[in-house]
Design a protein around this ligand. Sequence first.
Ligand SMILES: Nc1nc2c(c(=O)[nH]1)N[C@H]1C(S)=C(S)[C@@H](COP(=O)(O)OP(=O)(O)OC[C@H]3O[C@@H](n4cnc5c(=O)[nH]c(N)nc54)[C@H](O)[C@@H]3O)O[C@H]1N2
Ligand SMILES: Nc1nc2c(c(=O)[nH]1)N[C@H]1C(S)=C(S)[C@@H](COP(=O)(O)OP(=O)(O)OC[C@H]3O[C@@H](n4cnc5c(=O)[nH]c(N)nc54)[C@H](O)[C@@H]3O)O[C@H]1N2
Ligand code: SF4
Ligand SMILES: [Mo]
Length: 889
Amino acid sequence: MDGAALPGSTPAPAAHAGTEVRSTCPYCGVGCGVLLTADGQGGLAVRGDPDHPANRGRLCSKGSALAETVGLSGRLRAPVVNGAEAGWDEALQLVADRFRDTIAEHGPDAAAFYVSGQLLTEDYYVANKLMKGFIGSANIDTNSRLCMASSVAGHKRAFGTDTVPGTYEDLEQADLVVLVGSNLAWCHPVLYQRLLAARAERGTKIVVIDPRRTASCDQAEMHLAIAPGGDVPVFNRLLARLYEGGALDKEFLARTNGFDDALRAALTSDPDLAGVPVAQLDAFCDLWMQHDKVVTIYSQGVNQSTSGSDKVNAILNCHLATGRIGTPGCGPFSVTGQPNAMGGREVGGLANMLACHLDLENPDHRSAVREFWGAPSVPDAPGKKAVEMFRAVGDGRIKALWIIHTNPAVTMPDADAVRAAIQGCDFVVVSDITGATDTARLADVLLPASAWAEKDGTVTNSDRTISRQRSVLPAPGTARPDWDILAEVGRRMGWGTAFDYETPAEIFREYAALSGITGQFGRDFDISALSDLDDAGYDALSPARWPLTPTRQGGRFFGDGQFFHPDGKARFIPVTHRPPAARTDRRYPFRLNTGRIRDQWHTMTRTALSPRLSAHLAEPYLDIHPADAAELGVSPADLVQVHSPAGQAILRARITDAQRRGEVFAPMHWTGETAPSARIDALVPGETDPVSGQPESKAAVVRVTRLAAAWYGFAVSSAPMALDTPYWALARTGAGYRAELAGLDPVEDWEDTARRLLNAPDSARAMIVTDPGRGSARVALFDGDRLIGALFVAREPVAVMRDYLATLPGSEEPGVLSGRPAGDRPDPGPILCSCFGVGVNTIVTAIETQGLATVGAIGEALQAGTNCGSCRPEIAAILARVHQQEAAE
Ligand SMILES: Nc1nc2c(c(=O)[nH]1)N[C@H]1C(S)=C(S)[C@@H](COP(=O)(O)OP(=O)(O)OC[C@H]3O[C@@H](n4cnc5c(=O)[nH]c(N)nc54)[C@H](O)[C@@H]3O)O[C@H]1N2
Ligand SMILES: Nc1nc2c(c(=O)[nH]1)N[C@H]1C(S)=C(S)[C@@H](COP(=O)(O)OP(=O)(O)OC[C@H]3O[C@@H](n4cnc5c(=O)[nH]c(N)nc54)[C@H](O)[C@@H]3O)O[C@H]1N2
Ligand code: SF4
Ligand SMILES: [Mo]
């Protein structure tokens, strides 16, 4: 078996050099197949797998750049105990002892695991078995609580199980696709491309429901820029109109309960609360009624809300009422975020679930799982959900915490309080691939995990397709797969037989066998057809959609009107509008929305290693409507200070009418490692949905003021910088690093400052130009003729050609201080197409000078958008803008 580690040993380096191995992308829930070729020197070539059903060879910008992110610099190579490198034996014995002692002294609920939808199914299964079966607490929760919990709750309320009814093909067979709180173009780019390809053929109509105008609005028929949290009024209006318009499916309604109550709630719901004119809502309702095949895709704009579960059921109600579910081209579709968000739900990674979609509260389910595991007991009450869990860590009720494959000190709401809670906890174990994360820096014991491409296992994507990840690279140092670390702790805690795994294949077989029990209980998740898969079969496993039983393979759910409630029927849930929990007022007049950018993955521990992924948006920012910016006296590129009742941040202002007035948006990605004053979750309160426990990550309230910066700076360097200014944001470049900086106090000596910030040796030769009257300074530091780095400062945001300067460190360029290339070489502007490095200005110039009229023509002229295609919506937006300007002139 590849990558399988014997207890205590290092995984065998996979001997695959030169041959192409099938695997799965480690980022989003689309779950694209990749073909990996290791070069035997630690390097990797990656291309899309033409045979994988999710992507048929396509990859987005992040998938295309995977090879740039597998380098070993910065990787953890050995366990670290209290700051000092240690052996596995010492580290794991300490973990086992401390957990055992904590449980003995304070009971099992004083222990907790906080895990991740990025774990492989095998890792996840072992973690869940260890906590729920053997430690005897249900205190295992996952970052999926911040991500999918509302969808899980909504599914269970309506269907009786957490089932995604449809498949990706439905997107291609639909006539109308509604994106609700989903920026599919940036967050599920390959699915978006599949949708656009189908649209080119059949004219699929797209409607986007999102307070912001996003890249996903590019080809949309209609964009409903609703008020934050305005989703329930939208779908209540739709249900009411479906009823009034005679569009209900009476036959299907016989397979449901509760319609009358749901309809009553819909008929009394005030459509004005959606925040868009009712005529617009009705135009949307008309589109629904004019098309039979409708898919509603929804994601974090729905889930991450204090009414997230109700939003989900508002959507499900409309699909149930029209019977548009589980048939080709029809259905509600909750797209999963992380590569194994779905697998985590299957293994019962949430504190209120049991393995294989069984219920913790159900005594029959509990005893079946307990017997199967040979476990002493299975808790009968749910454990603490993420937000509660970290509160319990903060007030000392949880005393031993193991965090695996997630970075909660950055991504949990109230992140400063969460960071303090972790810091103050008696015993904290963190398993990660790097020690350079906000969370890993707080660990008592830091355990080095093998990374993607170094380990073996399975993941389940958004449409229930199980795919293999395979190892092709050796892990650095003594790093070990997560399942292996967990199993050894289980053995060391005294449960030798239960955790006697030597390969992920064994774990998978056990899990598949357990799922046969779910079948007996009449539940949905059953992959028991794989329970006798031998090692070779596991190794060769092709992507397959569950259920996988001897009698049933893949397909859709619910088209036959059979649901998983005891009476076999679906349930309508009556829903009423509740606005976001935090209320704007005079002190905090703005609503803060947060989310993702195209080329970064969460806290950037991997994507930020790629220069080309870092070029797209190299700095954290706040999008503000032009009228709000004018009132605040904020100009483009100013820095702004953002305060909420929970914390504060400093961000770069971008002024855009893609925002509604009174609402601002910031990306979630920056951390203590990359921009310490831009940790956005420090601003987000820990308000949660009462049913799902999912936090409201998209609706904090804030005030925004222009930062009184004494100076602004931009720096490039070949070596890591030593930044300590009140504002800084660091990004990789092909030649090293680039940084944006700002300070609140005047600086006397810029040469000295540059030497310190750029980490330059004393021997470095300096070249300086200053203009004290204008408060500007430019310093370049050389090693001989070779540029070490350069710093540009001014009283206003610095205007230099950043993408050009970023290429210079390490080269000989005496003219660096001019901030632009010699001669009249044009400034390409910020990089838009990360595959071919094409900048915004280059595209604008080509449109203007060559009269290019389509995204395709721009591709032919400049290559931009012709590889992964992730930037095509932005190219289209530029095209529209330039043509609009031309028309206005
Ligand atoms: N590039 C990239 N792709 C990713 C990820 C990544 O980090 N980077 N992460 C993956 C993960 S884990 C996830 S969960 C997915 C998330 O994928 P998405 O959910 O598509 O991404 P987000 O940007 O978090 O939020 C989606 C949209 O919700 C909107 N929104 C905010 N409030 C509301 C509201 O009240 N109602 C409605 N209707 N919309 C609202 C926001 O404006 C935003 O445009 O992406 C996955 N894919
Ligand atoms: N404000 C705001 N906050 C949000 C969101 C939002 O939209 N807005 N979205 C939320 C959502 S949907 C999500 S999913 C979360 C994501 O948030 P997190 O899960 O906290 O973010 P990641 O950066 O993905 O963290 C993964 C960690 O695992 C490490 N790692 C990588 N590979 C391995 C491995 O093989 N083994 C181990 N043990 N570790 C590994 C990485 O280095 C990294 O430190 O953020 C949530 N927080
Ligand atoms: S869409 Fe991109 S990030 Fe998502 S799985 Fe495919 S290649 Fe990976
Ligand atoms: Mo997520």
